[in-house]
Design a protein around this ligand. Structure first.
Ligand code: SAH
Ligand code: SF4
Ligand code: F3S
Length: 472
């Protein structure tokens, strides 16, 4: 039987339909693509309206802002649907964090599983179908196994995600991830390359390698370092762009920059979250590096022959962060000159060491610091983006014309480019654009080449894939 099709009674058809909602990071979004692929393989079909689903899955994130309360609130909304014979599953980081408590607070939930257990999904689904109501996948955080499947249901038609390392062993003092995703474990480079080749043959031209700390990758077969794997993926036939996220400064080695310099398909972009510009705060965060050590990695990246764009994550208002510490973060922004930052107010999270520290920075100070951070960053970006005026950049087309008739795509540096073009280039095509106008987070230009249409479109794959809604 083809995945996605189900030939059974009306009741069975209802049971074998699912709806999935996803929160959180790109790893979580890609996990959902693999969960969807697994469900399709098991004979389920996906629906886009929860009212039509026999099984509702909720893939959760626990990173900030009392995330678990929001999950329980959402589960409460599902309560009214329990009489309709639907089944509910909670996946992801809140599932792992709250575990059996979810059954207590939402007794109509039948399955609670963290990401380290997804490789057991077919077995858990069989138990669900057999009528079990307290199924858990919570005990696998020490596993060496990764969740690899050939049945990933890819939602982006041009960019294929590949998780190369799962989990996190870094234990930053504020962060839930080591507790929700388990220990670091990598796939063999041979299996990563086989997946890269497979998706290149399907027509994908861009690959994004994923990991909570993608550059902590450790090949279990001992064959390739992260930089060597990056280069090898970049050399896969048909691949035009390779991205990787997120890099941890601690494991950011110079050979990564050398690989970008050497292999043209590796994109001109490194996301290297610093979290704070103050060495004292970094120590309290247990980041295991100093400001200077971080800046040395930035210096390597800036010394590259290619113009590598830098982006970062920053937390303001960590316990004990003084005005002086915060000022160090602002001066670091100025020294690095990031093209984008994701700024967050510190939020205390369960199980983390920082929850025992006094959350000393009042909310209004956190709000004020975040506003100062974002305002300064906007000025930096105004200057950075300004340098692109009159340059020609290659753009991968993502969307057809907007209300102003502009096509939207991305440069190798991951910058959004809106441009005018005589014809409408197909999404996924590559086109040279001359930049005529600059803004702090986008560029505007005119197409100056005929679009290069990549290898055959993904019609077959797309026909199989229903959309996986992702909510951030
Ligand atoms: N592994 C990556 C980040 C993963 S989490 C790294 O170490 O860089 C994504 C981002 O969420 C982090 O970079 C951090 O900026 C933010 N974050 C994590 N825990 C947080 C917390 N308790 N409060 C506020 N922001 C947090
Ligand atoms: Fe969290 Fe730190 Fe691991 Fe990043 S490295 S996921 S911030 S514990
Ligand atoms: Fe959220 Fe878990 Fe990702 S906490 S950010 S979904 S690793």
């Amino acid at each position: 039987m083809q995945p996605g099709l189900w030939c059974g009674s009306v009741e069975e058809i209802h049971l074998k339909t699912f709806y999935i909602e996803t929160f959180g990071c790109q790893m979580n979004a890609h996990d959902s693509e693999k969960v969807v692929g697994t469900l399709l393989r098991e004979g389920y079909s996906q629906v886009v309206d929860e009212a039509d689903a026999g099984l509702i899955l909720y893939n959760t994130c626990s990173i900030r802002d009392k995330a678990e309360q929001k999950v329980f609130h959402r589960l409460n909304e599902y309560k009214r649907m329990q009489g309709e014979g639907k089944k509910f599953a909670v996946l992801g980081c809140v599932a792992q964090q709250e575990g059996n408590k979810i059954f207590e607070r939402a007794p109509y939930v039948s399955l609670v599983a963290g990401s380290a257990s997804y490789r057991n999904l077919p077995e858990m689904l069989a138990r669900l179908e057999a009528g079990e109501t307290r199924i858990t996948g919570l005990d696998d955080r020490q596993t060496d196994e990764t969740f690899d499947t050939e049945f990933t249901s890819r939602t982006n038609p041009h960019r294929g995600y590949i998780t190369i390392i799962e989990g996190c062993d870094k234990f930053c003092s504020y962060c839930v991830v080591p507790y929700t995703r388990g220990k670091e474990r990598s796939r063999t480079s041979a299996s990563v390359l086989a997946e890269a080749q497979r998706i290149a043959q399907m027509g994908f031209t861009e690959i994004q390698l994923l990991g909570q700390n993608v550059n902590s990758y450790l090949d279990p077969s001992g064959k390739r370092s992260f930089a060597e794997l990056l280069a090898a993926v970049g050399e896969v036939n048909g691949i035009k762009r390779v991205r990787f996220t997120t890099s941890h400064p601690r494991d950011f080695t110079k050979d990564i920059v050398d690989a970008i310099d050497a292999v043209p398909t590796l994109c001109d972009h490194v996301h290297l979250p610093v979290q704070s510009g103050s060495t004292d705060v970094l120590r309290a965060m247990q980041r295991d590096y100093t400001r200077d050590w971080y800046l040395e990695r930035i210096a390597w990246t800036k010394a590259a022959r290619r113009d590598i764009s830098l982006t970062s994550d920053i937390i303001v208002g960590f316990p004990g962060e003084t005005d002086r510490d915060f000022e160090d973060t602002i001066t670091l922004l100025e020294t690095v000159g990031y093209d984008a930052i994701y700024g967050f107010k510190y939020s205390p999270r369960p199980n983390t060491p920082a929850i025992h520290m006094h959350d000393s920075i009042p909310e209004d100070v956190k709000v004020a610091r975040l506003a100062i951070l974002n305002a300064r960053q906007r000025e930096i970006q105004r200057e950075n983006y300004g340098r692109h005026l009159d340059q020609t950049v290659e753009v991968m087309v993502e969307h057809g014309a907007n209300s102003r008739g502009q096509i939207t795509g991305r440069s190798t540096q991951n910058k959004t480019v809106n441009f005018m073009c005589d014809s409408t280039p197909p999404s996924g095509s590559y086109i040279d654009v001359r930049i005529t106008q600059v803004f702090p987070s986008s560029l505007v230009g005119e197409a100056i080449s005929v679009p290069t249409v990549p290898s055959p479109a993904l019609a077959a794959q797309q026909a199989l894939n229903a959309r996986v809604p992702v909510v951030h």
